[in-house]
Design a protein. Structure first.
Length: 615
């Protein structure tokens, strides 16, 4: 469940008022500037922000709602401070900074996660984007503590970036003495985990308060550099998980193919339990258990239950089967179901049985989350080991590019003929050898190859470890019957003949194929110390065909923000088309958005097309 932020009339000057509703699956709404009340006049509400990765301020803004923009010095100043206070919470927001800018998000107004233009920095510090900023010793005039992000997952200035923070407030006893520190359980930057279980012993530098308290407001820094903020959402926690009262179990001895084979029969044994556990002393094989009890619901709302088990499980809440009978293995993701529950007692029935894999011990984990309730176990600690420590199979390029063949997930589909390429500079990409298509780009660490080797390598997936940009699938070059013909999703083997790839002296691949009489070479090379990836498509057109086109990019929106420079999907990434394209660059509308095409006609100016991805 998410709690969504609505901005309404201020109760105090210079504060960003944030109120919330406890309904699930809604979207944050910023109506218009009047909804913000008397917030600092330096902050403006707009509908769109345009930027250039080489400029130190935003290029322009467009009227509308949903985005808050803070200008550069000397025109900025006061911070944005919520009129709600929070303890434990998860927070999500998107931010954009221009070149060289600096801001920050303060949990409880005290503990900062840094916002900064750290694009391309090889060794980030606590002062870089995603860092937990350092504390300050005023007597010694020096900083201390602070925590750098694990990896630099930032994107280019002027692009939208995502923060997700799971924060745990400090704890105090009845006398007001602190008994545990504030903690960042997890911090994700652009989908990459950059912090986990990091304690903060006190307020970080430039905090609103020097003391620590159970509660405090959310603050977004406004006196440093220009920043744009959108899509703020948060979920407060602090409520205890519901307890299962009058918990009992029924034990059935035997090997059972399904629930129906034992649930109507008489159990071998019945008993009472304090908490759910698989280990009731009946062995690790050929058993079935049915756990029954009553959940006491103190706050109405949507409750999500999850099962993580080695065996077969199903779950019934208030008489409804919300998680159907199914088999799980240790590496499988938990299965879950959600139901709205009213205040009061609710019946609970869990079914667990196992009759396979005699060499593996059972595991049974049952979790619940709901209004103000973190995901919490309903089982005993010895019933389920949530994190089985397994050594990952990380691949990392060292002195030269690293190529990896395997399966790659793209757009919910497993691509089976793909190659990933990782550069020592931290830039990586995945290429579809069947279609001559660039699938994805990412920056940071390269690949986790564990699924290719563990448990017989059943998924065979290569898992990118950096901040991802996914591109539209489909061939880079195609023959169009007419200039307004739709771009094909794929090409058959009668149209496209793949010829593999060759490595140059730097071990960078050139992908080769024949398409409609066209001999194509597709080459990628990082530039500016890995800040951008340049693609060069060389081709020969011996048949002098006039119906051949190259598609540079397909996206929801494309906006030209400089000569040959396009902002893709309102700041997801940039694309720069080099001068001297073979033919005219055509921006056209499609059913799903826009496309940028270049004609490869016989009278083209050259036989190569060069453009760069910047993110």
């Amino acid at each position: 469940m998410l709690i969504f932020v609505y901005v309404r009339k201020l109760l105090l000057p210079l504060l960003l008022v944030v109120s919330c509703r406890l309904s699930a699956q809604e979207v944050i709404v910023f109506d218009d500037l009047t909804d913000f009340g008397d917030i600092p006049s330096t902050w403006k509400e707009v509908g769109e922000v345009l930027a250039d990765w080489e400029q130190a301020d935003f290029l322009s803004t467009l009227p509308g709602s949903g985005i808050l923009v803070n200008p550069p010095k000397p025109d900025n100043g006061p911070h944005l401070v919520s009129d709600f206070v929070h303890g434990d919470l998860t927070l999500e927001l998107e931010f954009m900074v221009p070149k060289g800018s600096n801001s920050g998000v303060y949990l409880q107004g005290r503990y900062e996660i840094q916002i900064f233009d750290s694009w391309g920095k090889a060794h980030p510090t606590s002062g870089d984007a995603g860092g937990i900023y350092q504390r300050w010793n005023d007597e010694k005039k020096q900083g201390f503590e602070g925590k750098a992000p694990r990896t630099n997952a930032t994107r280019a200035p002027g692009l939208w970036q995502r923060l997700k923070i799971d924060f745990e407030a400090p704890r105090f006893d009845a006398a007001g003495n602190k008994v545990s520190n504030a903690k960042f359980n997890q911090v994700f930057l652009n989908g990459v985990l950059v912090h986990e279980n990091v304690e903060v012993t006190g307020p970080t530098r430039s905090a609103m308060f020097e003391d620590e308290q159970p509660l405090g407001p959310l603050m977004i820094q406004g006196d440093h550099g220009p920043v744009a903020i959108r899509n703020i959402r948060y979920q407060p926690f602090g409520q205890p998980a519901p307890e299962i009262r009058d918990l009992t179990y029924a034990y059935y001895k035997g090997k059972f193919p399904s629930e129906a084979d034992f649930k109507e029969g008489d159990p071998e044994e019945r008993g009472d339990l304090q908490k759910i556990t698989w280990d009731l002393g009946h062995g690790v094989l050929d058993f079935a258990y049915v756990y029954s009890g009553t959940l006491e619901i103190e706050k109405a709302g949507d409750y999500t239950f999850s099962l993580a088990a080695f065996g077969k499980t199903s779950l019934y809440i208030d008489g409804e089967n919300i998680i159907a009978d199914g088999t799980q293995f240790p590496a499988d993701s938990p299965r879950s179901g959600t139901r709205y529950l009213p205040v009061g007692p609710v019946s609970f029935t869990l079914v667990f049985y196992k009759n396979n894999y005699p060499g593996r011990s059972p595991q049974l984990g049952v979790f619940v989350e709901g209004p103000g309730i973190r995901k919490s176990p309903l089982h005993e600690a010895n019933s389920y080991v949530e994190h089985l420590i397994q050594k990952p199979v990380y691949l990392e390029p060292a002195q030269e590019p690293l190529l990896t063949r395997g399966f790659f997930e793209h757009g919910g589909e497993k691509k089976t003929h793909t190659v990933a390429v990782g550069e020592p500079s931290g830039i990586s990409y995945a290429y579809d050898l069947e279609q001559g298509a660039l699938l994805s780009l990412w920056r940071g660490e390269y690949l986790d190859a564990s699924p290719m080797w563990r448990q017989r390598g059943q998924s065979q997936l290569m898992l990118p470890l950096g901040a991802m940009v996914n591109l539209a699938a489909g061939p880079a070059i195609a023959a169009l019957p007419a200039a307004d013909s739709p771009w094909p999703d794929s090409l058959g083997s009668d149209q496209l003949r793949i010829q593999g790839y060759a490595l140059n002296r730097d071990r960078r691949p050139t992908f080769k194929y024949l398409l409609e009489g066209l001999a194509v070479e597709d080459f990628f090379e990082p530039e500016l110390d890995g800040k951008l990836l340049t693609r060069t498509i060389r081709y020969s057109n011996p048949e002098k065909r006039s119906d051949l086109w190259a598609r540079i990019v397909a996206a929801g929106t494309l906006a030209e923000v400089g000569e040959g420079l396009y902002s893709v999907n309102q700041g997801q990434f940039y694309l720069h088309v080099a001068k001297g394209s073979p033919g005219k660059v055509v921006l056209r509308e499609t059913e799903s958005g826009q496309e940028l095409l270049v004609s490869l006609a016989a009278d083209a100016n050259s036989n190569s097309l060069v453009y760069s991805y910047i993110w």
